[in-house]
Design a protein around this ligand. Sequence first.
Ligand code: ADP
Ligand code: ZN
Ligand code: ZN
Length: 728
Amino acid sequence: MSIIRVALNVPVDTLFDYAATDVSKEDIGLRVRVPFGKKWMTGVIMEVGTDTLVSAEKLKPAEFIFREIPPLPAALLNLFLFCSHYYHHPLGMVVMNGLPSKLRSHQPIKIKKLSDHFQFCFTDSGRQVDISAIPARNTIKRRLLTELSASGVVSNREARQCSPGALKVLKEFAELGWVEELPVPPSVTSETSSVPALTAEQEIAVNTITAEIGKFNTWLLHGVTGSGKTEVYLRLISCVLLQGKQTLILIPEINLTPQLEAIFRARFPTTSLVSLHSGLNDTERITGWLQAQRGDAEIILGTRLAVFTPLPKIGLVIVDEEQDSSFKQQDGLRYSARDIAIFRARQANVPIVLGSATPSLESYHNTMTNRYRSLRLSSRAIENATLPSIHCIDTRSAKTKEGLSEPLLQALEKCLAQQHQSLVFINRRGYAPVLLCKSCAWTANCHRCASRLVVHLREKKLFCHHCGHQEQFPHACPACGDQDIVPFGHGTQRVEAALVERFPDARILRIDRDSIRRKNAWQGILKTIQNKEVDILVGTQLLAKGHDFPNLSLVGILNSDVSLYSTNFRASERLFIQLMQVAGRAGRADIAGHVLIQTEFPEHPLYRALKQHDYDSLAQILLAERKMADFPPFVYQALLRAEAHQIDTALDFLTRAAAVAEPSNNIEIFDPVPAQMARLKGLERAHLLVQSHSRKQLQRFLTEWHKKLKTFPARKIRWVLDIDPQEF
Ligand code: ADP
Ligand code: ZN
Ligand code: ZN
């Protein structure tokens, strides 16, 4: 009899021992169903041994070992181990939450044997078949035979497109010996005419990376918007495909998946590509995941979670828009998919490419200290496409009405006359961010969060954008009874309404999280824009990321000043990144682009750098500030977050936590403070910041500290360690 040590999805930092027969080290990574308390749980075998500290009468036998799919590869298990250590999160929870939900169930999964990776090849005896002898009513048979005699093969995917019953017919053909089921040979890039010649800068980037394709390096591909980073990715992938290896590409937004997927499919039509994102159902997800695990999927395109996909033949990792905050998970295991991707690349000794027009200051700094290697693309790839001109409208002199200044309105008018598209960017959805009583200054606040309720006129309701709470408009001020309560400030709905009034004939489309809630709404919107069925777009940051709108020539930016003097030390970096991205939407093809920023601070260094498209100079300024203030990337941080019904409970916990800490020289512990969002969903929040100049020392400290924290009574308090925190 052997002992298996099992990772289970329970918040305890240990593996669980069970007795098992007929197991060996080969079974590490298999799923297993075990009794746990009064119920069953499914976990993963992490170790196989012979001894245990559990007494014989308490040791229970494992109930069932799942063998329908191969074990999780050692590399993936090591990745889970690393995450558990680095993020101080229970191993079992890391493992089980990293797996598709079908693998967490108590039932074996049913596997469809066929994958896109197979094709049916016509055999000699198949060629003897007389098609005209097949009855005409057997349309599928006839169509397949016609296709086979014309091209010699039908792929799995083509068969499915032909008819849902086509695969069954092909199976019958196989039994008759008419076709043979064979794996699709590794695809060599079909060099179609649509492959552009590389620009000089792209060529340098491609050649430099491919020269070292067989080993680990972190490359920062720093290219202005429209510089053709995607083309660089495509060339690198094609190089890796030729070696029969897999590429993992991480992208920030689910919205971006179909667009990129289409580009990849067009370039590599016979390559098996799976796309893994939160829009998939469980079956779709497990299917893609298994294709990756078998090594059948050659390109794996996905959001954050895809970083935990098994990749036996990994050859390259790409993280597009590496600075994007969505790569950081904000609950449970608070991992950074970008950082884990780098770990994976190092583990597998393959290159990783971080792409961005506006790299995070961390990554930029890493190129300066030679930890990453930098490759620049400084001009736009399409001939004659130049970067947009950027100007500020000084709203101290040009007064705004409904958030819009006259110079901006005139520019929009001109754009309309030329039948070009324009975009008005305001990063705030709803009608107005505040409902205000004019006589006593009462504002409508969320009773569960430390935030104001946002006015949504269309729905005639007030919404909390943090917890989703909604309520009816009050008829009168609850504080003083006055009926003069008005929406104050501007959101997308209000700007949209103002534009409709000013330009009644223009086709205006608002794009924010409210307007794309419907499934697939986004696809429709993109098509509308591409088909030039819209003149003015009003939108939030949803629009800012990565989309290519060739007909867009004007971008107006409202209300960005609010982030200039924020207390969050990352606010300037984020604003700059966001504005660079929005500005980058203008003038992508043969139309010149203009960007107008409404601001009261036209001389602010951030706007000055933006006008020059000068990422470097602003990055230098921000890095100098960060260095002076001892902020990342010059220090490494961890945040102990606590939540409770009473703020004192949370602060108390943090004070006791600080008291038991035994910091070494290089560890700095700050005082407990309420979080920036001091109340969320009815819970009071506070935190305690710890930082160090040495990541190693910080980790060593956290490990010891964490052990002590776990012995604290956990009543009335929820706490978590957030490593490399992004939000405060
Ligand atoms: P980025 O991701 O860097 O913002 P994209 O990859 O979206 O830029 O490329 C911008 C545009 O340039 C796309 O329309 C793309 O097809 C085109 N493009 C890229 N490389 C080339 C090239 N070498 N020659 C011509 N057009 C190119
Ligand atoms: Zn009032
Ligand atoms: Zn709320």
